[in-house]
Design a protein around this ligand. Structure first.
Ligand code: SF4
Length: 370
């Protein structure tokens, strides 16, 4: 089937594509074919979310991490990182600001830690956010792998959504990206536990990894389908110089452009294959091009996650190099994003928590899109 036939089929029905058709879309070159791919994905996005963008205010709570992923700038063994952890009051204050400013939801993110103290610390924040917002402010946690009872405890304390990226659906590639004691199967088990507990579940992968093929990326789409994922946060790999996977890499303009190219195609193909999930245009896209996030929205994404962490802490949360918006405060980010979104003819959905239409549909609310 030619490209226009594949795109027509994909627009008409979710999960319609075969793995080789998914791979063929991921393989399109820059130019007219890629423009057609993005246009088709944007049309599907508009069917579910209109020309609207949901916001998540991102709070980077701390950069200490017990894990040692080979690509990550805040991995345990990176001694160059100055570690920080916000106090409970600081996190709550940032969430209050987000609520006042019309953000319908926040994401609380940190490196991975497992302890009773950490569990209670997060639960206390969740209860305070539920208290001051009357449950209006949606909270997504992105705090890594935890025991099922911890996920349950946090859910009961007010968390609605959980983001846990699998990074790659290939166990073999996962092994090459992580030390031997990091378990792919535990991570998949965590995603299943979250789903069982009633969270809106987010996951995601990196694209453009060393040794990764289009076949791997096509399988990532099948993984999202099979795991019934509600929200997707994906981004291209950007090598960090202080990591085993990144040291010695030169970030040439051509390399960055290729990483952006594959990252945008992943958004478009996810939209065309899965249809009704929330997809974030992640900040890493802006590292690759000044208008990278806008390009992500026009390729089918419908969520932005502006950083609302106090500027003093942002430069310490460098998962990848050249992260944008390091010196801006939350108010500047709000204004900048509004301009960027309206500049491409989209509108921000202020004061809406922006549930995933996929989640709304499986909860029996088929009209409850955004
Ligand atoms: S990717 Fe996440 S779990 Fe891995 S080292 Fe970085 S913060 Fe820790």
């Amino acid at each position: 089937m030619d490209l226009s036939g594949i795109l027509k089929k994909a627009r008409e029905k979710r999960f319609a594509l075969t793995p080789s058709e998914i791979a063929s879309l991921l393989d399109v070159e820059a130019g007219a074919d890629r423009a057609d791919l993005f246009e088709a994905a944007y049309a599907v996005k508009c069917m579910y979310s209109g020309r609207n963008v949901s916001l998540r205010g991102l709070i980077e709570m701390g950069n200490a991490c017990a894990k040692n992923c080979l690509y990550c700038g805040i991995r345990r063994d990176n001694a160059k990182v100055e570690r920080f952890h916000l106090f409970e009051d600081q996190v709550v204050r940032m969430a209050e600001w987000a609520h006042r400013e019309g953000y319908g939801s926040v994401v609380i993110q940190s490196g991975e830690m497992e302890s009773d103290e950490h569990t209670e610390f997060v639960a206390a924040i969740l209860r305070r956010i539920a208290g001051f917002s009357g449950g209006e402010l949606g909270v997504t946690l992105s705090l890594g792998e935890q025991r099922e009872e911890v996920y349950r405890y946090w859910r009961e304390a007010g968390a609605r959504r959980y983001l846990l990226r699998i990074e790659t659906s290939s166990p073999e590639l996962y092994r090459r990206l992580h030390p031997p004691d990091h378990s792919f199967h535990r991570r998949v088990g965590c995603l299943r536990a979250l789903r069982k507990l009633g969270y809106q579940v987010g996951s995601g992968v990196m694209s453009g990894l060393p040794g990764q093929t289009v076949g791997h990326l096509a399988n990532d789409m099948l993984f999202f389908r099979d795991m019934d994922i509600d929200m997707i946060g994906m981004g291209p790999f950007v090598p960090h110089p202080d990591t085993p996977l990144g040291e010695g890499t030169t970030l040439s303009a051509r390399y960055l452009s290729e990483q952006l190219h594959i990252g945008l195609k992943m958004i478009a193909v996810a939209r065309l294959y899965l249809h009704d999930v929330n997809i974030a245009a992640t900040t890493v896209l802006q590292t690759l091009a000044p208008d990278g996030r806008e390009q992500g929205l026009l390729a089918g994404a419908n969520v932005l996650m502006p950083n609302i962490t106090d500027a003093a802490y942002r430069e310490k949360y460098m998962l990848y190099p050249n992260k944008p918006c390091i010196g801006e405060n939350a108010g500047q980010c709000r204004g900048c994003l509004s301009l960027r979104v309206t500049g491409i003819g989209e509108a921000i959905l202020w004061d809406q928590s922006g549930d995933s239409p996929h989640y709304a549909a499986r909860c029996g609310n088929r009209t409850g899109a955004v």
